[in-house]
Design a protein around this ligand. Structure first.
Ligand code: HEM
Length: 332
């Protein structure tokens, strides 16, 4: 694992604070602390791991933009030069012991670092939609699941009433129920889910969402494998795969048509929208055990202005602040 990718604690904290300062949502939104507090209301205090995608494996590789990627974004990552990447593959949920066969999201988080030192982060999931349409509903959806201190149980009636009033929170779960978990971290697409704004060489601004498509194709666990596979197989499977040859993903942009919702990440755009392949991610190394260079960082410098900028999607705008608070609590 390249040690240059692991920032010192002071540097990580400086990046965390920069994230806090950079986020100025247009409307009043839950504060970064309130967003992380909502996770902790359900999980209890989380100080040793991430409250989301707590289980994960660190890896490294590189990214090279296609000519189309260079045309569509002036961001340093899309220059066409080879860009170093620190990568974290994750399993959704707040437990570091989550099972690799669980019907939850898998994560692909990437820190790009250009030869000139420009850093850009993203955290993607193996489902095309998010679990909440906006930050307020995100917080309420967690708080309603708080266990009752008297019996340690959540209030099922309150949860059912909340879900009935906010059906958008069921979209991700319905997708997961219809698509079994991937057989490998290398055999699933990972969606960025939120809308970003790409500034092209021609000066045009283009809203877009992205997906990382596995060059190995999509492969999911069978029902039988979901019953028989051990709870920990993804990390070793990836190590064996990368030892045999690089694992690759194509980064593909999708562009909206008139009427497509740009600001609600629970609504995927139809598959027939125009697409462009903008780069290739190659995974060349996997950390030998848990932890590694991904632990003391958060994948939160989510925009690379000018070039790939935040859209008005409020669920995107609150992310960097929440990740920064989460990181600072983990580093205490
Ligand atoms: C209201 C919006 C959101 C909030 C408040 C939120 C909050 C968080 C927090 C606090 C963490 C832990 C960060 C850390 O400790 O380093 C996290 C991790 C993560 N989130 Fe989000 N998130 C949001 C939206 C999303 C969306 C839309 C996606 C999917 C594209 C996503 C994917 C991930 C992934 C993959 C991780 C694990 C990152 C890693 O590997 O370090 N999140 N999120």
């Amino acid at each position: 694992m390249p040690s240059r990718a692991m920032p010192s604690r002071p540097l990580a904290l400086a990046i965390a604070l920069a994230g806090l300062v950079a986020v100025t949502p247009a409307r009043a939104q839950p504060s970064p602390d309130a967003l992380v507090d909502a996770f902790e209301a359900v999980l209890g205090p989380v100080r040793t791991h991430r409250p989301s995608h707590a289980k994960g494996t660190c890896a490294a590789g590189h990214f090279v933009a296609t000519a189309e990627g260079t045309r569509l974004s002036v961001a340093p990552t899309f220059s066409g030069q080879r860009v170093a990447t620190l990568i974290r593959f994750g399993v959704g949920g707040g437990s570091p012991q989550a099972s690799d066969t669980s019907r939850s999201t898998r994560g692909l988080s990437i820190r790009f670092e250009t030869p000139a030192g420009d850093i850009w982060d993203m955290a993607n999931i193996s489902v095309p939609v998010f679990g909440a349409p906006n930050p307020q509903v995100f917080v309420e959806n967690l708080l309603v699941r708080r266990p009752n201190p008297a019996n340690g149980q959540p209030n099922t009636e309150a949860i059912n009433a909340f879900v009935a009033a906010n059906p958008a929170v069921t979209r991700q779960g319905r997708w997961l129920a219809a698509n079994s978990p991937p057989a490998s971290w290398a055999t699933t697409p990972y969606w960025g889910v939120n809308t970003f704004v790409f500034r092209g060489q021609d000066g045009q601004l283009r809203p877009a969402r992205w997906v990382f498509e596995p060059r190995a194709g999509t492969q999911r666990l069978t029902e039988e494998q979901m019953r028989s596979m051990p709870g920990d197989f993804l990390a070793d499977e990836l190590r064996r795969r990368v030892a045999a040859g690089p694992v690759e993903f194509d980064m593909v942009l999708q562009f909206p048509a008139a009427g497509d919702d740009l600001n609600d990440p629970t609504i995927a755009w139809p598959d027939d929208r125009p697409r462009a392949v903008v780069g290739r991610l190659t995974v060349t190394e996997v950390a030998p055990g848990p932890g590694g260079a991904c632990d003391p960082i958060s994948f939160m410098s989510l925009d690379q202005a000018p070039g790939v900028e935040l859209s008005d999607d409020p669920t995107l705008q609150v992310r960097a602040g929440a990740y920064a608070v989460s990181l600072s609590r983990r580093l205490q």
